[in-house]
Ligand binder design. Structure first.
Ligand SMILES: Cc1ncc(COP(=O)(O)O)c(C=O)c1O
Length: 456
């Protein structure tokens, strides 16, 4: 590692030490956060390149500063590859690859064609939607998209699937100018045709935020939203496995509004090191190896869901079409926060997540597990079985601790460090370290050709 950080390690040992700690946390732990992945050495090289030095406000061929000859090549390459990766006709679709990230892409997209206080309708956050789809709780405007626009969310049903009937009913009465499909914790595919029909009835735009499922869409393992949508926004760092950035795809008639809304409307100079990193990832996305990777991500998620069901867990929608397994813990009488805490103690990263029937957003009744990151590291179906067993053991231990120490999270945290449990926790953590340390971990000092996507 020090060979890559030879300057930082000498000039800024403090920061170098912090990065080193994070390196080992990532390398020796189990990463199940559904929105994370391990990006490739090529992506890391672009991110660390001199492209970061250049200001390039504007679009290729129309920049505010000189010296953008090669930067234009980078951005054009990224735009071409983005359209190719999603098999889009260049006469019909364009793409802006400058958004710094997913939330900013969404805001820039809305502001490109909506007026302040226009009505929007997205999947509610506790139902698996994202903050930037207009989230609020009661009077509290949690995300600016709910103060800039009038937001009325639609929800999932008890079985975990979107309630399309309710959505249509709400849309007919609320008459939003924009309906948003896509989400952060929705394990199933979307009925884009149905969304389009509803939008057509009320004259609304349809936007898909495909941030979580773009890898599946690019590899045709899930349906494409493009035939039905006016706009498609995305992040590039989740299943797509690129750097942290965003993109907005638009039908050609909206080209000027969207481009102007990104710059100068919302952002300043684009981050060309990231745009290059997105471009190189979009090349990888078009390989058969990436399709094989995405297939394994989905197969792994299905095995994980099945194995957890065998242990008696309620899986939202009874399974998954993608990388997300949403576990409803309400029948186990333990909160998602406690499971997140015990997992963190042994270096498994997961997140607590709202599930159907939750009343308090502060104490969600479930957990969200994602298989993209560990599949990149080489986890297969046997590993998933072992993982389900490990998670079940931890949940049972959490239930035991709660029974002894009571329901408060502070007491639970204390118990994990107590003489009674600390040793057991440490031994599970050590076992995990032994298990995963030898799995592939993409880094700049790792051989590029050992990347799973590049294997023969
Ligand atoms: C569906 C969806 N949209 C947008 C975002 C926001 O992306 P970012 O964190 O890059 O702003 C996320 C992030 O989790 C997401 O899940």
């Amino acid at each position: 590692m020090s060979s890559v950080f030879r300057n930082l390690s000498r000039r800024d040992p403090k920061l170098f030490e912090i990065i080193k700690k994070e390196y080992w946390r990532q390398r020796t732990g189990i990463e199940l956060i559904a929105s994370e992945n391990f990006t490739s050495p090529s992506v890391l090289e672009c991110l660390g390149s001199i492209l970061t030095n250049k200001y390039s406000e504007g679009l290729p061929g129309r920049r505010y500063y000189g010296g953008n000859e090669f930067i234009d090549e980078v951005e054009n390459c990224c735009r071409d590859r983005a359209l190719n990766a999603f098999k889009l006709n260049k006469e019909e679709w364009g793409v802006n690859v400058q958004p710094y990230s997913g939330s900013v892409a969404n805001i820039a997209c809305y502001l490109g064609f909506l007026k302040l206080h226009d009505r929007i309708m997205g999947l509610d956050l506790p139902s698996g939607g994202h903050l930037s789809h207009g989230f609020y709780i009661g009077d509290k405007k949690i995300n600016h998209t709910s103060s800039m626009f009038e937001s009325l969310p639609y929800q999932i049903k008890e079985d975990g699937y979107i309630d399309y009937e309710l959505m249509e009913d709400l849309a007919m009465r609320f008459r939003p100018k924009l309906i948003i499909c896509g989400g952060s914790a929705y394990p199933r595919d979307f009925d884009y045709k149905r969304f389009r029909e509803i939008c057509d009835k009320i004259g609304a735009y349809l936007m898909c935020d495909m941030a979580h499922i773009n890898g599946f869409i690019a590899t045709e393992l899930m349906k494409s939203p493009f035939p039905y949508c006016d706009f498609v926004t995305t992040t590039t760092h989740k299943t797509l496995r690129g750097p942290r950035a965003g993109m907005i795809f638009f039908r050609k008639q909206f080209e000027k509004q969207i481009n102007d809304s990104v710059f100068p409307g919302t952002q300043g100079g684009p981050h060309q090191n990231k745009i290059a990193a997105v471009a190189t990832q979009l090349l990888e996305v078009q390989t058969p190896e990436f399709k094989d990777y995405m297939t394994r991500v989905r197969d792994n998620a299905r095995v994980l869901a099945d194995e957890l069901q065998k242990f008696g867990y309620n899986i939202s929608t009874d399974g998954t079409d993608n990388h997300i397994v949403l576990v409803n813990l309400r029948n186990k009488k333990i909160t998602g926060s406690k499971i997140e805490t015990i997992c963190e103690a042994v270096n498994i990263s997961i997140n607590k997540n709202a599930v159907f029937g939750d009343t308090s957003p502060l104490s969600p009744g479930g957990i969200r597990l994602g298989t993209s990151a560990m599949t990149t590291r080489g986890f297969n179906e046997e590993d998933m079985k072992k993982l389900a067993n490990l998670l079940n053991g931890l949940i049972e231990l959490a239930i035991e601790i709660q029974e002894k120490y009571g329901k408060k999270l502070v007491d639970f945290k204390k118990a994990l460090k107590s003489d009674e449990y600390a040793e057991r926790i440490q031994s599970v953590k050590f076992g995990i370290q032994m298990w995963v340390s030898d799995y592939y971990f993409p880094d700049l000092h790792t051989q590029v050709d050992s990347h799973p996507a590049l294997q023969e």
